[in-house]
Design a binder for this molecule. Structure first.
Ligand SMILES: [Zn+2]
Ligand SMILES: [Zn+2]
Length: 472
């Protein structure tokens, strides 16, 4: 799998209805219940409806009924920071604290560091979420210290806007610098942006996260002739907690969808609903209070639509075209184990149909030989299983249905008497919104034929997965 499993992420996503946005106080907890019953500006909801219709979805389908309001709500949540004031947040929490008679410390000099503030933000280039784990340091001056909880609170305010990682770090640092005039402020962040579905680029890598470090330095943390002692001490303070291996380097922008702009310009999307969907995203940005003509946002609608189309293209493919009509008579290249073929770790990236956010992971497929071909080995090549997994994952899905559909398709496409499918996945929506189950992953299991009735076979297959996982 990729650099960092989705499930390692934490969220600080936020929520608010449009009407209470301006009234939000700094005591608002940036938390979203994610159930979609709140909300919303009708322009937002109808924009999401237009996107789903553009994808060819049936909006009356059970799983999609609440999706427009839920997704609209999520976009509001992700941009709640526009209605919150960092100045107010800081201003109400300044305290006088004496410094030492001789030296630095307390409210005069010394250093205050808050580490490992974990946040989710939204990439302004593509509207996908990115994660930030940031560390903030400041040097108090003139006996002013700020309530410690206000540092993450200020970070949350700027994360709950459309952002790039660099700007996010700069805005957090700038707000603290302006807010209580310390001698110096530094913000360091590790950011992770969701990788593109593989159709958007040529690589065969599964979905993963792109990692990059950013920093913002002000006042005494800025480089001087001696390289800023404050900065060096901040880095040392981070290393004390083992919280960061700092590797702040100047790299190109983190958003992987930027890389597809040139190709998209050359080929422009052939999808008949592309322009309508782009218009829907433009409307959505306006409804969020954004200016879609702002330079950084000009191509965002088309990137978001490209991502939506690419990550759901399986729903527009013919199953027969992909899998053929008959039984797949293909050579075995799975791991042969007694009478069972197990093909493990088939990577996928799918889209949660409730939140329009990705879930990704691996599918494991176990196949038992057909009873009427007792002498033959069961046949299930990795290639055909990859096709099946891709066909059913590249669409709006729920993990339970994905697992069942893979099992169904394998059963009907191979000479098998039993099929068992285990899907292990991390859901962005589980960690960035709603229940916010940090570190959780989801496993689902489907069995057909002999697997459904023989517990021993199921245990054998699960053991094979466990053994393979433990050797990674
Ligand atoms: Zn992006
Ligand atoms: Zn979801």
């Amino acid at each position: 799998m990729g650099a960092l499993p989705i499930a390692e992420f934490v969220s600080s996503a936020s929520s608010a209805s449009d009407s209470d946005r301006s009234a939000a106080s700094d005591e608002d907890c940036l938390v979203d219940d994610g159930d979609g019953d709140l909300v919303a500006d009708s322009r937002l909801v109808s924009s999401v409806r237009a996107l789903l219709q553009g994808l060819g979805e049936d909006l009356s389908r059970n799983g999609l009924i609440k999706t427009p309001s839920r997704v609209a709500n999520a976009f509001l949540s992700a941009t709640k920071g526009y209605g919150l004031s960092a100045e107010q947040t800081i201003g109400g929490a300044l305290f006088a604290e004496a410094g030492p008679g001789n030296g630095k410390g307390g409210g005069c000099g010394g250093m205050v560091v808050v580490r490992n503030i974990e946040l989710f933000s939204t990439c302004e280039s593509c509207l996908l979420p990115f994660k930030l784990c940031c560390h903030i340091a400041y040097i108090p001056s003139e006996q002013r210290v700020v309530g410690l909880s206000k540092l993450p609170r200020v970070a949350e305010i700027f994360a709950a806007r459309l952002q790039s990682p660099d700007r996010l770090a700069n805005e957090i640092g700038g707000a603290l610098w302006d807010g209580f005039k310390p001698l110096g402020v530094a913000v360091v962040g590790e950011t992770w942006h969701l990788e593109c579905p593989r159709e958007l680029r040529s690589s065969r890598e599964p979905a993963s996260w792109i990692r990059r470090s950013v920093c913002a330095r002000k006042g005494s943390f800025e480089d001087d002739d001696r390289g800023s002692e404050d900065w060096q001490e901040f880095v040392a303070m981070l290393q004390l907690s083992g919280s960061s291996q700092l590797s702040v380097t100047k790299k190109p922008a983190i958003c992987p969808l930027l890389a597809g702009d040139a190709a998209a310009e050359r080929s422009s999307s052939s999808h008949p609903n592309f322009e309508t969907m782009v218009e829907a995203v433009v409307t959505l940005l306006r409804a969020l209070g954004e200016d879609p003509t702002r330079e950084e946002l000009k191509l965002t609608p088309s990137r978001y639509v490209r991502w939506l189309l690419a990550s759901t293209h399986g729903s527009r493919l013919s199953r027969d075209l992909i899998l053929g009509n008959g039984v797949a008579a293909v050579e075995q290249d799975g791991d042969h184990h007694a009478t069972m073929v197990a093909v493990l770790d088939l990577p996928f990236c799918s889209q949660c149909e409730h939140h329009l956010l990705p879930f990704s992971g691996v599918a494991h497929v176990g196949v038992l030989p057909a009873k009427n071909h007792p002498s033959s080995h069961p046949r299930a090549s990795r290639a055909i299983l990859e096709k099946i997994v891709k066909l059913y994952s590249c669409r709006l899905q729920v993990q339970e249905r994905l697992t069942r559909q893979i099992a169904d398709a394998v059963m009907s496409s191979t000479a098998a008497s039993g099929v068992m499918v285990v899907v292990e996945a991390g859901h962005v929506c589980m960690i960035s919104r709603g229940v916010k189950k940090t570190g959780s992953t989801t496993g689902t299991l489907a069995t057909m034929g002999d697997f459904a009735v023989h517990g021993k076979k199921r245990a054998e297959f699960l053991q094979m997965i466990a053994t393979a996982n433990s050797s990674k």
